[in-house]
Design a protein around this ligand. Structure first.
Ligand code: APR
Ligand code: PHB
Length: 399
């Protein structure tokens, strides 16, 4: 089995399979430094925490991660607490950077001496239609050819694997948003105990964190804006204005990193075509407002690893046949939740006063109704890995 891509999806799949005695080769286009240095999101759902522990890579996460049982919604200058754990029977999230998850997975892979090839060039996939997949790539200047049984396409949104599925097979659903996120990593203790999601007429802002000494903050910006237009002082001014609430101060600190990320919703289905199985960002993208990207990738590869182990142990193809449907129920729930959080909290540059009034009404409802807050909470902490009930396509989420 070959895995294309050493992001969280590819690395975790390799780890889950290795623990079941299944050998894999992971091919990655970028360098180890690049893969381990990318700053991404940092909220792990309860189910993700459980899987990382089961995979034997939860030790540092449990030591350094911050368990959060709630979030704040901030609008009209006031902060409202959403007590997620209380509303979901004790479920919580862990604040632990995706960058750290990736470092832990790379370390585990290298410790077991399993093949992980960084800086592979000209990766291409051929032979899918003949059910004889062949991966061709250049590694350390030498051309290589890998004939495999199955290929896991974990190569992210811009990868090659999805493009190998014929157009008449692959359905695509997508939406681009008329705004982006400017994110900073700052060397300063977080000014809050839990994440603050803020809506204001100036645009969305988020106060997150990475550790007791590192804060992560975001502001909504236009899609055409350049990082050069945003000196640190301008970013902090905007954060102060958007996050403002009674009796609360935002503390500034040195900016360690800053970047702009576009916002997109995207789903490609089916997630399986013959011997190619797509997982993570290769198959779907969500805007980061719901913190679902990494969690969806983890859920996909957990379902996939179980299907592959089943096939090896009992010869059953059922898990692989149902892989796409099993993942897509959850994927679409996360798509809706991420879209819902995004549209509730951001300022639409093309919007009108009516739209703004609807947003405010929605926020007031979520902040004041236990039923509405519970809906946000159960989606945020994450729904169970697979639906319960007789049919995967139609069964209920919760038993
Ligand atoms: N060959 C080999 N590797 C490739 C190729 C290729 N042709 N194209 C891309 N890659 C690699 C990328 O360099 C990257 O390391 O595939 C990896 C994909 O990793 P991610 O983009 O991190 O995607 P995934 O593993 O699905 O992780 C889920 O959750 O928080 C979100 O978007 C965020 O990355 C995150 C994602
Ligand atoms: C982050 O800490 O990077 C983060 C947190 C919550 C989000 C998105 C990103 O919704």
């Amino acid at each position: 089995m070959a895995i294309v891509g050493a992001g969280p999806a590819g690395l975790l799949l390799g780890q889950l399979l290795a623990r079941e005695g299944i050998d894999t080769v992971i091919l990655e286009a970028r360098s180890r430094e690049h893969v381990e240095g990318r700053i991404r999101a940092g909220v792990l759902e309860q189910g993700t925490i459980d899987v990382l522990r089961e995979a034997g890579v939860g030790e540092r996460m449990d030591r350094e991660g911050l368990v959060h049982g709630g979030i704040y919604l901030c609008f009209d200058g006031a902060r409202h607490h959403i007590p997620m754990s209380e509303l979901t029977g004790g479920r919580a999230v862990m604040i632990y950077g995706q960058t750290e998850v990736v470092k832990d997975l790379v370390a585990a892979r290298l410790a077991m001496d399993a093949p992980l090839r960084f800086e592979c060039a000209e990766v291409s996939l051929d032979g899918l239609n003949r059910d004889e997949p062949v991966l061709r790539y250049t590694y350390q200047g030498e051309p290589h050819e890998l004939t495999c049984d199955l290929v896991a396409g974990c190569d992210g949104f811009h990868g090659v694997c999805r493009t190998c599925i014929p157009d008449d097979v692959l359905g695509v659903w997508q939406r681009d948003y008329p705004f982006a996120w400017l994110g900073i990593l700052a060397q300063v203790a977080p000014s809050t105990d839990e994440l603050i999601y803020a809506h204001s007429e100036r645009g969305f802002a988020l106060h997150s964190m990475r550790s007791p000494t590192i804060s992560r903050l975001y502001i909504q910006v236009g899609t055409e804006e350049k990082i050069g237009d945003w000196p640190d002082e301008r970013i902090w001014d905007e954060l102060h204005a958007r996050l403002a609430s009674e009796d609360w101060e935002l503390t500034e600190g040195p900016v360690l990193e800053k970047s702009i990320t576009p916002m997109r919703s995207f789903v490609a289905e089916p997630m399986r075509f013959r011997s190619l199985l797509l997982a993570g960002d290769a198959a779907h993208i969500v805007p980061p407002t719901g913190a679902k990207g990494l969690n969806l990738a983890v859920a996909d590869v957990t379902v996939l690893a179980r299907a592959l182990v089943d096939r090896l142990q009992s010869g059953s193809e059922t898990g692989l046949r149902e892989y796409s449907d099993r993942c897509l129920g959850r994927v679409w729930r996360a798509q809706h939740f991420s879209w819902w959080m995004t549209t509730m909290l951001h300022t639409d540059p093309d919007g009108d006063a009516y739209g703004l009034a609807l947003q405010r009404s929605q926020l007031e409802y979520v902040a004041s109704s236990r039923a509405a807050a519970t809906s946000l909470a159960e989606n945020y902490v994450g729904l169970p890995l697979e639906r319960t009930g007789a049919s995967h396509a139609g069964g209920p989420w919760l038993s």
